[in-house]
Structures are given as structure tokens and as C-alpha cells.
Design a protein. Structure first.
Length: 304
């Protein structure tokens, strides 16, 4: 596994992260096996959110840590806050502080390593968010901060007031969800792929040393694309590379994300122990330049 240190931190974290959004469906024994396999495969970064399964994902993870306290020292825990399910988004101090208290309690830890603002709050007052971050950092409840699903100017606005560096931006990205790359390839064209939907967030994050954490890497507008007949060409290309490198189809997808020079940290959400061990092997291979474009094109993306 390859490890990296986000600028301004002393974290040493795996290039592949494990997302915990789906773990509520596992028994305690299955969860224990999943996380131990993940750690044994070199993954030391786990992503949560206060809202996953209404808090049950954090709670189950916390119970697991209680029974395996030595695991805590080996891993970095990130969680997200700011979504009010079914209502909207809330970055007001009282709400953010209550989210953090809830996550700390459910996870059974005294400090969250990384806290992300989950989705932009249209009524965000950045000065107030900055005061919350200061309070959380001074009290030792949170070490580092970042955002999720934010565009460049939303990040700039927050960063203007926050004294802490925003180290991550979590965004949906994978071979079948490439809008942040398409606009950069179709510059100055009149087709749909040229539409700049996110303010060139990929380039912005690279320029500002913000690590992009791609979420749902196997997703497409038609659900999971692996094995999906609508993505025949993509699956054939993935299968070809899977045979060439002797890794699984999911690992080829991860290798494709890791090959991008932005050095993103993809978050995979599998609940299957064998699958996470296989996926971790993606960090051992490097796709060629042609192979990267081959997957991009096979996903149905047009090259002008
Ligand atoms: N910031 C945000 O707004 C946001 C949004 C969504 C998610 N996230 C984060 O991103 C993480 C990943 O999201 P995700 O779980 O949607 O992403 P994902 O890793 O793309 O999808 C995981 C799903 O794909 C299935 N899968 C993977 N490989 C497969 C294969 N080869 N064949 C069949 N099924 C396969 C998994 O099933 P198995 O469990 O059976 O392997 C699981 O149901 C989440 O856990 C969360 O931490 C963030």
C-alpha cells in the first residue's frame, strides 16, 4: 500500500480509504473481519458520517473499537457533519457542535482525526464555521478539517475565515462519473461535456494541495457499472486489464483513479472482506497512459 501526508498535517494515510456508509447491515463478527482485513491489507483510513444509517454505522464501528482498542492507534478516523436528513443543511455553530459530540460518543473516541462539512449549506456563514473549527481544535476534539461536495469558490470563502487548512474535498468520481475531467478535455467546445459543472474543482484542488477523496467509485447514473450490460465496452476493457495485471475488476477501477496525477484518495464502500483485500492490490500496479484513456473512452466518454 502507498501512503501519503496531506500538506500541513502529520498524518500518514493509505492512498485507498475504506468508507463505512454500508456497515450497518453487517453482524459484529462480519464487521470485525471486514475492518481487520482492511487494516491487514494496508488500509488505515476510515470514512464515516453522522447520518450513515442514522448514526448506527458510527455506533457499530465504536463498539468494534471498544473490543479491539489497539486498532485505534493504527487507524485514522474521518467523519462528516452538516446534513439534516430530509430538511437541508445546517452549518450553524450549535448544530455542528452537536454533530461532533454525537459522533465522538457513538465512535467512543475522544478525538476525531478529520472532520468534513458534508454538503454545502446555502446559508453558510463562514465566520461562524471558522469559530466552530477553532473551538473544536482548541478543545482537542478535532485535529484536521475539510469539506465534501464543495466547489472552488465555496472552499475559498470558507478558507478566507478558517485558520486551519481545508485538507480534503470529497467528490463523486469514477470511470462512469467523470464530469470534473470532461470539462477540462472539452475546453472551448459547444457539446454537453464542455459544461463546467463544478468550477474546475479538480484543477483548483491540485493548485491548493487539497486532496480529492472520490466517493462511490463504482457508481454510474444507472447504478453499479461493474457487470452492467449498459457498460459493455467498459466492462470488457476492465476485464482485459484485470487479466493483464492479475487483479480483480474492482481493483482495476481503483488503479484507474490512483493513476491520475492529482493523487486522489478514493473511498471504497465494500462490505465484503475478500473484496477489500483484492481492491487494496490496486496500489501495487500502475496503468499506462494509454490504458487510462482506454478506460475513459470505454466508459462512453468522447475525445474531441
Ligand atoms: N461525501 C459524500 O457525499 C458521499 C456520498 C456517498 C458515499 N460517500 C463515502 O464513500 C464511500 C463509498 O461509497 P459507496 O459505498 O457508494 O461506493 P462504492 O465503493 O462505489 O460502492 C460499494 C458498493 O459496490 C458494491 N461492489 C463493489 N465492487 C463490486 C463488484 N466487483 N461486484 C459487485 N458489487 C461490487 C459493494 O458491494 P459489496 O459490499 O457486496 O462489496 C457495495 O454495495 C461510502 O462508504 C462513504 O464513506 C460519501
Amino acid at each position: 500500500m502507498e501512503y501519503f501526508t496531506p500538506k500541513g498535517t502529520n498524518l500518514k494515510i493509505s492512498r485507498i480509504a475504506h468508507g463505512c456508509m454500508r456497515i450497518a447491515e453487517l453482524t459484529d463478527k462480519e464487521l470485525d473481519r471486514l475492518i481487520k482485513t482492511s487494516v491487514d491489507s494496508g488500509i488505515n483510513f476510515f470514512d464515516h458520517a453522522d447520518i450513515y444509517a442514522g448514526g448506527l454505522c458510527e455506533e457499530k464501528f465504536g463498539n468494534m473499537l471498544k473490543h479491539e482498542p489497539s486498532l485505534k492507534d493504527k487507524i485514522t478516523i474521518q467523519t462528516k457533519c452538516g446534513i439534516v436528513i430530509g430538511k437541508g443543511y445546517d452549518f450553524r455553530p450549535e448544530y455542528l457542535l452537536s454533530c461532533v459530540e454525537g459522533s465522538l460518543k457513538r465512535l467512543g473516541i475522544e478525538q476525531i482525526d478529520v472532520l468534513l462539512l458534508h454538503r454545502p449549506d446555502a446559508l453558510c456563514e463562514p465566520e461562524k464555521v471558522a469559530a466552530v473549527f477553532d473551538k473544536l481544535q482548541k478543545s482537542g476534539k478535532v485535529r484536521y478539517f475539510g469539506v465534501s461536495n464543495h466547489n472552488p469558490y465555496q472552499i475559498e470563502l470558507l478558507q478566507k475565515y478558517c485558520s486551519q487548512r481545508l485538507i480534503f474535498n470529497q467528490l463523486q468520481f469514477g470511470p462512469a462519473h467523470t464530469s470534473m475531467i470532461d470539462a477540462g478535455i472539452h475546453v472551448n467546445m459547444a457539446d454537453g461535456a464542455a459544461v463546467m459543472r463544478d468550477g474546475l474543482v479538480l484543477d483548483y484542488c491540485r493548485l491548493n494541495d487539497i486532496t480529492i477523496q472520490p466517493w462511490s467509485p463504482f457508481s454510474s447514473p444507472d447504478g453499479m457499472f461493474l457487470g452492467n450490460p449498459k457498460y459493455k465496452a467498459l466492462n470488457e476493457e476492465i476485464e482485459r486489464l484485470s487479466k493483464k495485471y492479475n487483479i480483480t475488476d474492482s481493483a482495476v477501477v481503483l488503479a484507474w483513479i490512483l493513476r491520475h496525477p492529482a493523487k486522489m484518495q478514493p473511498i471504497v464502500g465494500t462490505t465484503n472482506a475478500k473484496r477489500i483485500a483484492d481492491i487494496a492490490k490496486a496500489s501495487q500496479i500502475e496503468l499506462t497512459h494509454d490504458e487510462w484513456y482506454g478506460i475513459y473512452r470505454a466508459a462512453g466518454n468522447d475525445i474531441p
